[in-house]
Design a protein around this ligand. Structure first.
Ligand code: ADP
Ligand code: ZN
Ligand code: ZN
Length: 806
C-alpha cells in the first residue's frame, strides 16, 4: 500500500482523515501512531486505513512511525471511527480515548551539525555564529531548549540558529518528547562476589566503603538502594567506588504500581443462586456460550443480587477463554465494590479510574494489554482499555449520567459505545440497574434488549421485603409550628434507631451549610460575578463559594444592594444538618461524606470503613452515598428534602428525582433488622415521589413515558445540543441567532418536517467563568444529517443525545 489515511491531532469539529504517502523505509499497518507534517508543523496521527489511492493529488510523506507496533487494536480503530461519526468529533479525539495514559507528548526540536559543511560557509562566520556552531559540533545532536541554555549570553540564539541553518551548516529535526511515564524501576544492591570474599576485602577498603560493604554482606534478603540509604546514610560516590571495584552490583528491576497494594482480600466463593437469580442467569449463560452480540437489561431492585449475577457471568466468560470489562460509576468505585470483585477473582482484576496516579494508570494499562487480567473494572474510560479476547461487558447502574462524557469531545455515552464494542467483538453486554434509564427500559420493551427482572431483595439468602417508605408533608409540619429541618416523624425515627444501636443515613442532595445568602429587606441574593450562579455558604471556612468556578469571598455584613444589615442564611446543606444533629442528638457520633471531605485520595475508604466498623451512628451525605453501598446496620434513611432537583428546567428532572430517591431508599434495611425510610417533601403528591416511595418502577415508567410521548421527547426523538461560548454577551447571542437561521434554512432545504429547532436561548447557568453560553436544541428522529452539512465555527460545542439540558 502506498498511502495512509491518517487521523491527525488537530482541532477539527468533524470526522475526517488526511492522505499521506508512505516512504519505502517505513512499514505501517492500521492502528499505527505516526508523526506527520500538517501545515507548518509536525503533529501526531493515527493510521485509520491504508490504500493504493489518495484523496488528493499531492500528498506529503509520513515523517515517522512513533512505535514499531500498532498502538491500537483493529477493533479499537473501528470503534474510534464509529464514535467520531456518531458524536461528531475528530477521529483523533475519538482515537485518543484508547491511547495509553501519558501518550500525549510534546514536539521537541533537535539541532545537529550538517554532514558535509562547506568550507566557504564556515570561513565567513561571525564570532557568535562560530561559537554556537562549535557547541553544536561538540554535542552532536541537542534539543534546542537545552542548546539555548548552554549558549547562555550568546544573545539571540534563535536568530543565529536561523542563520546557520540558511548557510547549510546545521540540520533541524523535530521529534516526539520521550514518554513521561515509564515503568517504575527499583534499584537493588547485590554482592558481586561471595560473602566470604567480601569479608576478606574489608580491611583493604577505605573506611566508608568498608562500612557499606559490610552492611550489604550482613543483609539477608534483597536490599533496595532506597532502604540502604535510609538505614545507613552514605554518599553515592561510596557506592560507585564499590561498583567500580567489582564488589557490588546495582540491579534495576521493574516494579508494578499496584492500586490494590494497600488492601488485602479473602477469597470468596460463589453463592447458590435464588430461583429468580437462576432464571436470569440461565439466559445470560446461554448467550455467552453462543458467542454472539447480545444486550441484557438486568432490572433488579436494590439488593436483589445483581452483582452476584455479574460475577457468575464473569466466571463463565473466563471459563470460555474470554475476558471482561466492568463499568461502575466513578463515585461507586468504592473499596467495597472493588473488594467484592477482587476477592472473587484474586489477582485477576485490574482497576482503572481517574484517581489513580498517571504511573499507576500506565502500569495497569500495560499489564492489561499483556493479558494479565481477566477483569478490568473502572469508570467509563475503562471501556477503552486494551483488554484482549473481550467477551463480556457489564455496566452497573446503567442509568447513571456520569457514563456520558460531557466536558469535552467526543461527548460519548459509555452505554452506546459498549453496545457497539460488543458488536465488534461478539460480546454480551449486561446493563444493570434498580432504576433503568427510561430509554433503556423502552428499548427493552421493544425487544432491542432482553429484559431480565429481579423483583425481590435478598437478605441472608432469602427474599426479603424492601423498606417501608413514609412520605412526610413538610408544608403541614410548618403549619403545625415545626420549623426544624427534621419533621417530628424523622426525629422520632432517628431517636429510636440510636437507642437500638443501629445506624442512620441522612441524605441531602447538595453541600454547604446555607444554600444561599439573601437580604431580608430587598431580597438580594449573593451570586458569583463571573458565573451568575448563587453562591453557597460554607460555615467551616466562613466563606461563600461558587460551585461552578470555585470563586470564594467572605459573606457581607451589609446587603451590597440596599445596605441593610438583615442578611439571612437560607437553605440547608450537609454542614447545617450536622449542626442540627449535634444539637438534637448530642450523644450521636456523626460522619459527614460529601465532596468537600472526600477530595483526598483514599478518603472514601476511610469514611466507609469507619462507618462499616460502626465508629459512627449517623452518616450525613450527598448523592455519593446513594450508590451501591451494602450496610447491614443501617435501619433508617432520612431524605431531608426530596424536592431538590424536581424543578429544574429539564425534562429529565422527574426521572432523576425518582432514580435518586429509589436508590437512597435502597440503602436502608439491607440487614436482618429490616429498615425504614422517611422522605420529607413539600410536594408529596408528585408522581416521581409517590412511585419512589412505593419502590414502583413500573408505575413511574408508565406515567413518564406517556409524558415523553406527548411532548415528543426521547426516546420518541433524539436531541442534539449546540452550545456557544463567548466573553461578550451580545456577540454570543448574535452568533447563536446566526447559526439558528442557518440550521432553519438547512432543515427546510433538506425537507425535514419532523425536526424542531429550540432556541437560541441562554443556557441555564448562563455564565461560566466569565463567559456567556447560548444553546440551540435540535429535536429530530436523527439530528445527524442536519448537522453533517454544517461546519460549526470555533467556539461551538456539539452534544449528541445530551443527558442534561441545563
Ligand atoms: P444488587 O447488586 O442487586 O444491589 P447485591 O448483589 O449487592 O445486590 O446483593 C445484595 C446482598 O445479597 C449482598 O449482601 C449479597 O451478598 C447477597 N446475596 C446476593 N445473592 C445471594 C444469594 N444467592 N444467596 C445469598 N446471598 C445473596
Ligand atoms: Zn438588601
Ligand atoms: Zn463562579
Amino acid at each position: 500500500m502506498s498511502y495512509a489515511e491518517v487521523a491527525v491531532d488537530f482541532p477539527l469539529a468533524q470526522p475526517r482523515t488526511f492522505s499521506y504517502s508512505i516512504p519505502p523505509n517505513i512499514s505501517l499497518s492500521v492502528g499505527h501512531a505516526v508523526w506527520v507534517p500538517f501545515g507548518p508543523r509536525l503533529v501526531q496521527g493515527i493510521v485509520l486505513a491504508l490504500s493504493e489511492q489518495a484523496q488528493v493529488e499531492e500528498t506529503r510523506e509520513i515523517a515517522e512511525a512513533i512505535d514499531a507496533h500498532p498502538i491500537l487494536f483493529p477493533r479499537q480503530v473501528k470503534l474510534a471511527q464509529w464514535i467520531a461519526e456518531r458524536y461528531l468529533s475528530s477521529y483523533f479525539d475519538a482515537a485518543a480515548l484508547m491511547l495509553p495514559p501519558g501518550f500525549e507528548r510534546r514536539v521537541l526540536t533537535y539541532i545537529q551539525p550538517a554532514p558535509n559543511p562547506s568550507e566557504l560557509a564556515i570561513s565567513s562566520l561571525t564570532a557568535q555564529q562560530q561559537k554556537l556552531l562549535s557547541i553544536i559540533q561538540k554535542k552532536g545532536k541537542i534539543e534546542s531548549g537545552k542548546l539555548k541554555k548552554l549558549a547562555g549570553k550568546l544573545g539571540e540564539t534563535d536568530a543565529i540558529l536561523g542563520q546557520l541553518l540558511r548557510k547549510g551548516l546545521i540540520l533541524r529535526t523535530q521529534e516526539l518528547e520521550r514518554v513521561k511515564i515509564s515503568p517504575r524501576l527499583e534499584s537493588r544492591l547485590k554482592l558481586a562476589i561471595t560473602p566470604e570474599k567480601a569479608r576478606e576485602t574489608l580491611p583493604n577498603l577505605e573506611k566508608k566503603q568498608a562500612k557499606l560493604l559490610s552492611f550489604i554482606v550482613t543483609e539477608p534478603g534483597p536490599l533496595t538502594l532506597a532502604e540502604a540509604r535510609q538505614r545507613l546514610s552514605f554518599a553515592p560516590t561510596t557506592l560507585q567506588a564499590l561498583v567500580k571495584q567489582n564488589l557490588v552490583v546495582v540491579e534495576k528491576t521493574r516494579i508494578q504500581r499496584d492500586p490494590l497494594a494497600h488492601r488485602s482480600f479473602t477469597t470468596t466463593t460463589p453463592l447458590s443462586l435464588t430461583a429468580a437469580q437462576e432464571e436470569a442467569w440461565f439466559q445470560i449463560r446461554f448467550e455467552l456460550r453462543r458467542n454472539t452480540q447480545k444486550v441484557f437489561l438486568l432490572h433488579g431492585v436494590t439488593g436483589s443480587g445483581k452483582t452476584e449475577i455479574y460475577m457468575r457471568a464473569l466466571a463463565e466468560a473466563i471459563s470460555l477463554g474470554k475476558r471482561a470489562i466492568v463499568l461502575v460509576p466513578e463515585i461507586a468505585l468504592t473499596p467495597q465494590t472493588i473488594d467484592r470483585f477482587a476477592s472473587r477473582f484474586p489477582h485477576r482484576v485490574a482497576i482503572l479510574h481517574s484517581k489513580l496516579s498517571p504511573g499507576e494508570q500506565f502500569d495497569e494499562w500495560q499489564r492489561i494489554k499483556d493479558g494479565e487480567f481477566d477483569v478490568v473494572i473502572g469508570s467509563r474510560g475503562a471501556l477503552f482499555a486494551p483488554q484482549p479476547d473481550l467477551g463480556l461487558i457489564v455496566i452497573d447502574e446503567e442509568h447513571e449520567w456520569t457514563y456520558k462524557q460531557e466536558e469535552q469531545q467526543p461527548r460519548y455515552h459509555a452505554r452506546d459505545v459498549a453496545i457497539r464494542l460488543a458488536e465488534l467483538t461478539n460480546s454480551v453486554v449486561i446493563l444493570g440497574s434498580a432504576t433503568p434509564d427510561l430509554t433503556s427500559y423502552y428499548r427493552a420493551q421493544r425487544g432491542e434488549f432482553q429484559l431480565l427482572e429481579l423483583h425481590e431483595r435478598i437478605s441472608a439468602g432469602e427474599p426479603s421485603p424492601l423498606p417501608k417508605v413514609e412520605v412526610v408533608d413538610l408544608r403541614r409540619e410548618l403549619k403545625e409550628g415545626n420549623r426544624s429541618i427534621f419533621s417530628r416523624s424523622l426525629a422520632k425515627a432517628i431517636a429510636l434507631a440510636l437507642q437500638a444501636h443501629e445506624q442512620v443515613i441522612l441524605f441531602l442532595n447538595r453541600r454547604g451549610t446555607a444554600t444561599f445568602v439573601q437580604c431580608r429587606d430587598c431580597g438580594f441574593v449573593m451570586r458569583c460575578k463571573r458565573c451568575d450562579v448563587t453562591l453557597t455558604y460554607h460555615a467551616a471556612e466562613d466563606e461563600l463559594v461558587c460551585h461552578q468556578c470555585n470563586y470564594r469571598t467572605k459573606p457581607p455584613d451589609t446587603c451590597p444592594n440596599c445596605l441593610s444589615r438583615r442578611i439571612k442564611f437560607l437553605g440547608i446543606g450537609t454542614q447545617k444538618v450536622e449542626e442540627v444533629v449535634a444539637k438534637t442528638f448530642p450523644g450521636a457520633r456523626v460522619l459527614r461524606w460529601d465532596r468537600d471531605v472526600t477530595k483526598e485520595k483514599h478518603s472514601h475508604e476511610k469514611i466507609m470503613d469507619g462507618f462499616m466498623a460502626h465508629e459512627a451512628d449517623i452518616l450525613i451525605g450527598t448523592q455519593m452515598i446513594a450508590k451501591g453501598l451494602d450496610l447491614p446496620l443501617v435501619t433508617l434513611v432520612g431524605v431531608i428534602n426530596a424536592d431538590i432537583g424536581l424543578h429544574f428546567p429539564d425534562f429529565h428532572s422527574s426521572e432523576r428525582t425518582f432514580q435518586i430517591l429509589a436508590q437512597v431508599a435502597g440503602r436502608s434495611g439491607r440487614g436482618k433488622m429490616g429498615g425504614k425510610v422517611v422522605v420529607q417533601s413539600y410536594t408529596p403528591d408528585h408522581y416521581a415521589i409517590v412511585a419512589a416511595a412505593k419502590h414502583d418502577y413500573a408505575s413511574f415508567y408508565e406515567q413518564e413515558i406517556a409524558f415523553r410521548r406527548q411532548q415528543g421527547n426521547p426516546p420518541f426523538s433524539r436531541l442534539a445540543r449546540l452550545t456557544y461560548i463567548h466573553t461578550n454577551a451580545a456577540r454570543c447571542q448574535e452568533e447563536a441567532q446566526r447559526i439558528f437561521r442557518l440550521l432553519e434554512q438547512e432543515r427546510d432545504s433538506q425537507g425535514l418536517p419532523n425536526t424542531t429547532l429550540i432556541g437560541p436561548s441562554p443556557a441555564f447557568t448562563q455564565r461560566v467563568r466569565g463567559r456567556y453560553r447560548y444553546q440551540i436544541i435540535i429535536r429530530s428522529p436523527d439530528p445527524l444529517p442536519l448537522l453533517a452539512k454544517l461546519t460549526l465555527p470555533q467556539g461551538w460545542a456539539t452534544d449528541i443525545d445530551p443527558v442534561s439540558l441545563i
